[in-house]
Structures are given as structure tokens and as C-alpha cells.
Design a protein around this ligand. Structure first.
Ligand code: GDP
Length: 426
């Protein structure tokens, strides 16, 4: 992916998250000097399989699994310090050297216990389907200008007052919601006292770090979490996450300019899944959905929740190409389709008898659209052993060609299994 003119590569999810970004990041991170997380929080749930080891990383960039890669938590991330240090400790236990390889933006916001409490209590009534990890409330505090940033840990004398105000506010909200739960000031104070000595040595101006790395000709990979349709602006609002998951978020969340980006890779699953509520036009039903779920292992890495499954939706993916400015695609989980005799692909929508080629902003409209399917022949043979396009059955190649045509964007990677080596680089 990197080359003589390609120093800065962004990877974004181009559907509803869980596209298998972790694996593609892992493959590309092998050639990267720096890997940066730029948005989201500890709900990422990337799964990377190396040899017999499976790592699920929620907060730390999956690039950590490569010996020489430096990992950065950018300013756009809301950092859950408990998850972060637990993951760091687990990596060390499993023999991964993390010394001088992890940096955290001093502008990144902290996810505090009171954010998690508020998230969990709210979801009981609102049913957005959050992961209860405090991400939404932490982003609310950020835009509400009452967040706690990593850099604030440098001023311990100010923390008790800051925290008291925030905990009081959350408790008022809980009271108004009719919840009996209450946030504890002591718990948050204790957490900050514990983590400050570990966090501060890692805290730095990571935007500057990335800028200098690029100036030195280093290769930088910006790793997105979730997917374009969960973007707070461009997704299926309000069934979205709290950050900009599209490529623009990569620059604001890292602290570099848009002109620094050389390639923007969109990861798409060969079919479609979604966790939680909200529209999913090409959702499959009954036995077909079950088959996709079973073969694809479509259960959330973070929550274990079964994912809703359906067919590839080219309208969604085309939209994603446009709003991200994708320059390349990585198609994952092609092998999951090995089992099907016929594979429908949603090529457009119909609404009240009219053809709709573009993604509507109005959820009421999106809920009413009828996907128009083209049914492609399946291949019904294993693809997991393929390492070149030529190894794939003709029908599988035709399927990929059709996706590429529908999206007008070249496919650079095809993933055919969970393992690192089960990849075709085109
Ligand atoms: P992410 O959040 O986008 O990184 O996605 P997840 O890691 O939550 O989900 C991807 C899941 O699919 C993980 O269990 C991966 O090991 C698995 N996976 C990734 N690529 C492939 C693939 O090509 N084939 C199959 N069968 N599984 C894959």
C-alpha cells in the first residue's frame, strides 16, 4: 500500500462498522512506522489473529502487534484509561514489548466512570444500542466544553474541583431520568490518582509527532473505528456513533492537514451487517440471515450481540466512496459467501415506484425504500486458500468485479479468512 509517493494511508469502515478493519489494518501496519487511532473509544473491538493467538483490541491500535510500529492515540479519540492500561498490561503479559511504542495525545478526552454510568442508565430508556462504554457521554462533554483531557492530569491541584462539578452534573441528570444510580466522586478521584503517573509519560502533542514523522519520510497509517454509516454527521442519525468516522475525522482527530493524506482505503464486507437499531435496507431474513451470521461469526467482539445480516448494498457503499473520497477498497469475508448458491447484491433502491441511486438523509425514506437486487451466481467452493485473484473461482471474481464496477473504485485487498495470511493483494 505504501510506496514512493504514499506515506499517509487512512483506513475507514465503509459500511456499519465490523467490516474487518482490524485485519486490514494489521496487514497494512506491517509496512507502517506509525499507526494512529483518531476517533471513537474503547468500543472498536478489532480482532486480529496471529498464529494461534487471537487479540481483541478495543483501545490500543492493532499495529501494536508489529514489533517496530509506534502506536498513537490521537486527539479525536475518547480514551478509556482503565481499558487502555488493562490492554497494555495484557499485551506485555503475552510477550509484546510496548516500551516507547505508545503515545497518547494530551488533547484526547478521558472516559470517566461517570460517563459509563450515564451511558448504561440512558440506554435503558433510549435504546440507541450503545455499548455502554461511556463514549457518547464523553463526546458530549467534549463538545459541551466540560471534558477532561489527558493534559489536565498535569494539573492535579485543579482536578478535585473539576471532577466534583462533573460528577454533580451527572448525578443531577440521573436524578432527572428517574434513575437510582449515582456516580461517585471518590471513584473518579482514585482512578485519576492511579493513572496519572502511568499516563503522563505517554502524553504528548501527537499531531506534531505525526507531522514530524511524515516530514521524515515515515509511513503513517490512520486507523478508523466503526463505519461511515455510523458517522455522527453522515450516518443514519440518530442511530450513529458520536464521532466523525469518515475520512475527515482522520485529519481532525490526528491533528494533521487534509493534504497529508495519500490514500483512503474503505473496508467493505462482501455482504452487510449492522449492530443495534436503525435502518438496514438489504437486511436478510430467516435461514439466509442465520447462515450469514453463522458462517461469518457475526457476533459483536465487544458485546457478543448477534449482528443483523444482509446482502451487499451498493447504494450504501457508493455513498461511502463519495463522502470518504475513497481511493481504494478492501473487501473482507469473501469466504463467508462460499456457501451460497446465489448471492443477491443491492444495486439501487426503489421508492414509490421511482429508482433511487443515492442514499437518502431522511430515515423515514430510508426505512421505506425497496432494495433492487441483482442476483449473482455463487461459487460454492472454498476460497480461503486463495492468495491471488487467479486462485479464486470465476464466479467469485465476477462478484468482485461487479462490486468494483458498482462502486467505481479499485479493489486493492480481498480477505478470505481470519488469519493474517488469508489475504489477496491485488
Ligand atoms: P472491525 O471492527 O472492523 O475490525 O471488525 P471486527 O474485528 O469486529 O470483525 C471482524 C471479524 O471478522 C473478526 O472476527 C475477524 O477475525 C473476522 N474476519 C476479518 N476478515 C475476515 C475474512 O476475510 N473472513 C472471515 N471469515 N473472517 C474475517
Amino acid at each position: 500500500m505504501f510506496g514512493p509517493k504514499t506515506y499517509c494511508v487512512v483506513i475507514v469502515g465503509a459500511q456499519w462498522g465490523d467490516e474487518g478493519k482490524g485485519k486490514i489494518v494489521d496487514v497494512i501496519a506491517e509496512q507502517a512506522d506509525l499507526v494512529v487511532r483518531y476517533q471513537g473509544g474503547a468500543n472498536a473491538g478489532h480482532t486480529v489473529v496471529t498464529g494461534d493467538n487471537e487479540f481483541i483490541l478495543h483501545q490500543i491500535p492493532s499495529g501494536i502487534l508489529h514489533q517496530r510500529t509506534v502506536c498513537v492515540i490521537g486527539n479525536g479519540v475518547v480514551l478509556d484509561p482503565e481499558t487502555f492500561f488493562t490492554e497494555l498490561d495484557q499485551l506485555v503479559e503475552r510477550g509484546i514489548d510496548v516500551t516507547s511504542r505508545v503515545f497518547v495525545s494530551d488533547r484526547a478526552h478521558l472516559v470517566m466512570p461517570y460517563h459509563k454510568l450515564l451511558d448504561t442508565e440512558r440506554d435503558k430508556s433510549q435504546k440507541i444500542g450503545t455499548t455502554g462504554r461511556g463514549i457518547g457521554p464523553a463526546y458530549e462533554d467534549k463538545t459541551g466544553r466540560r471534558g477532561l483531557r489527558v493534559g489536565d492530569l498535569r494539573h492535579p491541584d485543579q482536578l478535585p474541583d473539576l471532577l466534583r462539578e462533573r460528577v454533580d452534573r451527572v448525578n443531577q441528570l440521573l436524578h432527572m431520568m428517574g434513575s437510582e444510580a449515582r456516580a461517585s466522586l471518590d471513584q473518579s478521584m482514585a482512578l485519576l490518582s492511579d493513572l496519572t503517573p502511568r499516563m503522563l509519560p505517554l502524553a504528548t502533542d501527537t499531531g506534531l509527532l505525526v507531522h514530524r514523522a511524515l516530514a521524515d519520510g515515515k509511513r503513517v497509517l490512520l486507523e478508523g473505528a466503526q463505519g461511515a454509516l455510523l458517522d455522527v454527521d453522515h450516518g443514519t442519525y440518530p442511530y450513529v456513533t458520536s464521532s466523525n468516522t469518515t475520512a475527515g475525522g482522520a485529519v481532525t482527530g490526528t491533528g494533521i492537514g487534509p493534504t497529508a493524506l495519500d490514500e483512503i482505503v474503505g473496508v467493505v464486507k462482501a455482504y452487510t451487517t449492522r449492530v443495534g437499531n436503525g435502518p438496514l435496507p438489504t437486511e436478510a431474513e430467516g435461514a439466509l440471515a442465520d447462515q450469514l451470521r453463522e458462517h461469518g461469526g457475526e457476533f459483536g467482539a465487544t458485546t457478543g450481540r448477534p449482528r443483523r445480516c444482509g446482502w451487499f448494498d451498493a447504494t450504501v457503499a457508493r455513498y461511502s466512496v463519495r463522502i470518504n473520497g475513497l481511493t481504494a477498497l478492501a473487501v473482507t469475508k469473501l469466504d463467508v459467501l462460499d456457501h451460497f448458491a446465489e448471492i443477491p447484491v443491492g444495486v439501487a433502491y426503489h421508492l414509490d415506484g421511482e429508482r433511487l441511486e443515492e442514499m437518502p438523509a431522511d430515515l423515514e425514506v430510508l426505512n421505506r425504500v425497496q432494495p433492487q437486487y441483482e442476483v449473482l451466481p455463487g461459487w460454492q467452493q472454498p476460497t480461503s486458500g486463495a492468495r491471488r485473484l487467479a486462485d479464486l473461482p470465476l464466479e467469485a471474481r465476477a462478484y468482485l468485479d461487479r462490486l468494483q464496477d458498482l462502486l467505481g473504485t479499485p479493489i486493492r485487498y480481498v480477505s478470505v479468512g481470519t488469519r493474517r495470511d488469508q489475504i489477496i493483494e491485488v
